[in-house]
Each structure stands twice: as structure tokens, then as C-alpha cells.
Design a protein around this ligand. Structure first.
Ligand SMILES: [Zn+2]
Length: 340
């Protein structure tokens, strides 16, 4: 049993020394989780959520400066992990829907190919593995680059390119398996994570914070949507807004709220479609903004939860913007200084 009483946040189940200062100069142990199955989830020609996204990230992370990443293959999630966020009937329905050949449409923009179910299991399983490594103290932080993404997947509904909610499963796994009491999820994808909000609407033990463009798909994410216990924080941005507004919102609204929540783990729903190059959004962030935001989260994690950060890929549909943003994100996770 873990007891929080009379313990400060630093001493709560920290297996790594608390690093208070000079974070930027200290090499981090950063885990990178992926699996070739992510490439076998096929979507129709011209669909933005495509295998080349993972290839673009793979290519940039093959550069010499990422050689010290610890690399693991994403295992398939077990039913007991998936049912942390979804009823078993949701999992079974998707399994039964899986085609032997061709594509099956789940909604207007969400399709299953023969490789989709395994890819979705490994996307969730990769997030679970990352939580195990980070909560176990073997690794400082982790980035899970898998597809399909997860944050639009509601308890009982696959939608918006998403089947299982990888970030939600990660948060609940940290609680169930590792004794985390409170988990904060920061979702900076350009779209609102309606699925994550749905799953944690009545769960005061998980804080869900989202920056996103509004109005935009899926239409949820107004500031008035706060959850049954006030543990949902939506901070939408207007089309055309960029770095300055994003940094202000994070610094003045989102990060103070996360800090006050005293999380035992921070999960990032790392979508990179708020990048200025992205075809699906109209926000004007740069790769440097994602590096900066990552550093802000790490500083908060250092002071609250021994630096524990697990990041899972969500969107990001311009291959150059995605690759540069993911590289800046991982550079920051590895403790490198990011150019402003
Ligand atoms: Zn998105």
C-alpha cells in the first residue's frame, strides 16, 4: 500500500532522485515505444491518418542525437487493460468488425483494415508499457509513437480515427497497477479529446486539461464543460491563434491547475496538428512551441511526481510538421535545451 500522508510529493514512490535545478543539463533516460503493426492499420488513399505519419517519426528519430533513446516494441494490450476505459462489449464489437480483407467503415472518417485491430491493441499496450516503465522508476519519461490515435474514442464509441483511448487506459493503469492516486492528462492536440473527457467526466481522480481549436471537430470542449467534479479544464483557442496565446494559456491557466491537482503522473495526449503546417487545423504553433510545452510539463512533473511523464501520440497530419514537432518533443523529454 502506498500512503501519501505526511509525505511530500517528492518522496511519493520516487525511485529516481528529485531533480530540482539544472534539468536542462542532465541527460534523461527516455523510452521510445513503437511497433511495425502501426504501419499495418490501413486507411483509404488520401486519408490524413496514414502509415507515413509513423514512418516520418521513425525517420527523424533515427538521427544520431536520438541514439541514446531506450527503444521498446509495443505489446498488445490485454482485455483487462482495455476495460479500464471501455466496456468489454466495445472491444468485442471492434474485434468482430475487423475485416479479413478490404476496409470496413466505423464512421465517416474512421475505418478498419485487416491490420487495424492489432495496431489498436498495440497502441494501447504501448501506453501501458510506458506507464509500467516510468512508474517503476526504470525510466524518466516515455514517448509512445503508435497509431491509431485514441483521444476521440469514448467509452463505447470509436470515432475520429480512434478506437481505444490510449491516454485514458494509461492513466487508469497507473492508478490500478501502480498506486497512483491522481493522474493529470494534458491534451494539446488541435482537436478536443471528447473521448477522454467522456471517460473521466465523473472521475475526480483524473484531471483532464485540453487546449484545442474551437470551433473545430468534434465540436465539444467549451470552457463550460467541467465534469461532474470540476476536474475537466477546457481552454480553447480561436482559429489563427498561435504561439503567444498557447504559451499564455498554458502558463496562466493549464499548468497552475495541473500543479494544484498534485498529480502522481502526467500523461500527455501529444497531437501535433496544431502546427502551422497542418492541413486539419488552423492554429499556428511551431515545433519550438511543442518543445517548450514539453519542458514546462517536465518542470511541473519534477516538482510534483519525480519527473514522471508518459506521452502518447495523437494527431499530426503534415509529415514535415509532425516529424519536426515530434523531434522537438523528444529532444525536450531527453532534457535538451530547446530553441525559443
Ligand atoms: Zn487532432
Amino acid at each position: 500500500m502506498l500512503h501519501r500522508d505526511n509525505m511530500d510529493a517528492h518522496s511519493f514512490h520516487c525511485n529516481t532522485p528529485a531533480i530540482v535545478s539544472s534539468r536542462l543539463k542532465i541527460p534523461m533516460s527516455t523510452l521510445y515505444v513503437t511497433h511495425p503493426a502501426a504501419l499495418r492499420h490501413e486507411t483509404p488513399l488520401g486519408h490524413p491518418e496514414r502509415a507515413d505519419r509513423i514512418r516520418a517519426i521513425e525517420t527523424v528519430l533515427e538521427k544520431e542525437r536520438f541514439a541514446s533513446l531506450i527503444r521498446e516494441q509495443a505489446p498488445m494490450a490485454e482485455m483487462e487493460s482495455l476495460t479500464l476505459a471501455h466496456p468489454e462489449s466495445h472491444v468485442v464489437a471492434l474485434r468482430d468488425l475487423s475485416p479479413r480483407e478490404g476496409l470496413v467503415r466505423v464512421d465517416d472518417d474512421t475505418v478498419m483494415s485487416p491490420g487495424t485491430f492489432e495496431a489498436a491493441l498495440r497502441a494501447a499496450g504501448g501506453a501501458v508499457r510506458a506507464v509500467d516503465e516510468v512508474m517503476g522508476g526504470a525510466i524518466d519519461n516515455a514517448f509512445v509513437a503508435m497509431r491509431p490515435p485514441g483521444h476521440h474514442a469514448e467509452r463505447t464509441r470509436a470515432m475520429g480515427f480512434c478506437f481505444f483511448n490510449n491516454a485514458a487506459i494509461a492513466a487508469r493503469h497507473a492508478q490500478k497497477r501502480h498506486g497512483a492516486e491522481r493522474v493529470a492528462i494534458l491534451d494539446w492536440d488541435v482537436h478536443h479529446g471528447n473521448g477522454t473527457q467522456d471517460i473521466f467526466w465523473s472521475d475526480a481522480s483524473v484531471l483532464y486539461c485540453s487546449t484545442h481549436e474551437m470551433p473545430l471537430y468534434p465540436g465539444t470542449g467549451a470552457p463550460s464543460e467541467q465534469g461532474e467534479f470540476g476536474t475537466i479544464l477546457n481552454a480553447p483557442m480561436a482559429p489563427g491563434e498561435g504561439s503567444a496565446v498557447f504559451r499564455d494559456v498554458l502558463t496562466q491557466v493549464v499548468l497552475p491547475r495541473m500543479d494544484a491537482f498534485q498529480p502522481d503522473l502526467i500523461v500527455i495526449s501529444a497531437g501535433f496538428d496544431a502546427h502551422w503546417r497542418d492541413p486539419l487545423g488552423s492554429l499556428n504553433l511551431t515545433e519550438a512551441d511543442f518543445g517548450w510545452a514539453t519542458q514546462q510539463v517536465m518542470a511541473l512533473a519534477d516538482s510534483r511526481c519525480c519527473g514522471r511523464v508518459v506521452s502518447v501520440l495523437e494527431g499530426g497530419y503534415d509529415l514535415e510538421g509532425l516529424a519536426k514537432s515530434a523531434a522537438a518533443h523528444v529532444d525536450a523529454l531527453m532534457g535538451r535545451e530547446i530553441k525559443a
